[in-house]
Design a protein around this ligand. Structure first.
Ligand code: CIZ
Ligand code: SF4
Length: 311
């Protein structure tokens, strides 16, 4: 495997040779973000995947995101640098589990966060992301019970924002639930001029302290546009790379987590992807995301509904 500058060039050569597009999430390692054709959050990447006319999508993110790309654009070959790039939210909510929950609540609608696998999507009535969840929930019929899966923290936050009661699946993101309210409160005391910004996957005590709560894209825009010059950032630390590019003169401090031996909040699933693995997956076109066509069509329905409602 080539290294350094040669590795970057080799990936660019493969991209041309195979008419590939590289899509990367903001939580990816910095080198991967820098080589990507499109960088985005899960909603933006789903939109890019749907629209691309490349023959191959090299998806640098986690498995459920690459699956969403395949669901939206099935004629393209979708490859993922590391098939083990999972997600605690997706792994904790199976399609079968959701089906059982529906049986327990006859007549309920199921709104599911995009952080879930294809089987789980197929059991859902509508998919949401953190950028469109509030709008979508407000647009759903009010006279039926509503189940929200799999993130209970995002679910709780949405109940507060929309005033709508929801039945919550008991899942969480291991990265966002690791933030420590006590340690963050100390950080705020040490930096009285800083604003705390947080992703709604974080737990309630952290959200209660936050000056601003928003999706990945909303947090990026906020840091860029807000008049404050110092921010304590409670979300996956990979996003600091793009924040620094957009707001080079601002001070960005990663929010502290419970584990005192570690000073940042990395999603270890996201970081399984490396430049070497990106090179290999493009060269050998493996591992590839494949999906049963019936499952794909079922999973597509609630995603299309989301895209329609969040235009
Ligand atoms: O995986 C995540 O935690 C998030 C917030 C993804 C996204 O881009 O919405
Ligand atoms: Fe899943 Fe959390 Fe990692 Fe996002 S940050 S991919 S929600 S484990």
């Amino acid at each position: 495997i080539p290294q350094g500058e040669e590795l970057v060039q080799a990936i660019l050569d493969l991209k041309k040779e195979k008419n590939a597009v590289i899509l990367a999430h903001y939580y990816q390692p910095a080198e991967i973000q820098d080589i990507a054709d499109f960088l985005g959050d899960s909603l933006q990447l789903a939109r890019q995947a749907k629209e691309t006319d490349a023959d191959m999508i090299a998806f640098c993110g986690v498995h459920f995101m690459a699956e969403a790309a395949k669901i939206l654009n099935p004629t393209k070959k979708v490859v993922l640098p590391d098939l083990q790039a999972g997600c605690s939210l997706a792994d904790g909510c199976s399609g079968e589990g959701l089906r059982k929950m529906r049986e327990q609540h006859p007549g309920a609608m199921i709104a599911t966060y995009i952080n879930c696998n294809a089987e789980t999507k197929a059991e859902s009535d509508i998919i949401v992301t953190s950028s469109n969840a509030e709008t979508i929930i407000n647009a759903l019929p009010k006279d039926v019970p509503l189940i929200f899966a799999p993130d209970k923290n995002l679910g709780r936050y949405l109940m507060k924002k929309t005033g709508r009661e929801m039945i919550l699946w008991d899942g969480s993101c291991i990265v966002h639930e690791a933030f420590s309210m006590e340690r963050i409160a100390k950080q705020l005391a040490e930096h009285p001029d800083a604003k705390l910004i947080a992703h709604p996957e974080s737990e309630t005590p952290v959200l209660d302290l936050a000056h601003f709560i928003g999706s990945t894209s909303a947090l990026l825009n906020y840091v860029e546009k807000d008049e404050a010059t110092k921010f304590i950032v409670a979300t996956e630390e990979g996003i600091l790379h793009e924040m620094r590019k957009r707001a080079p003169h601002k001070t960005l401090i990663p929010a502290l987590v419970f584990d005192e031996s570690c000073n940042c909040s990395e999603c270890f699933f996201m970081k399984r992807n490396t430049m070497e693995k990106l090179y290999l997956c493009m060269k050998y076109e493996l591992p590839e995301i494949t999906m049963d066509e019936e499952l794909r069509q079922k999973a597509l329905v609630p995603i299309e509904k989301m895209l329609e409602l969040s235009k």
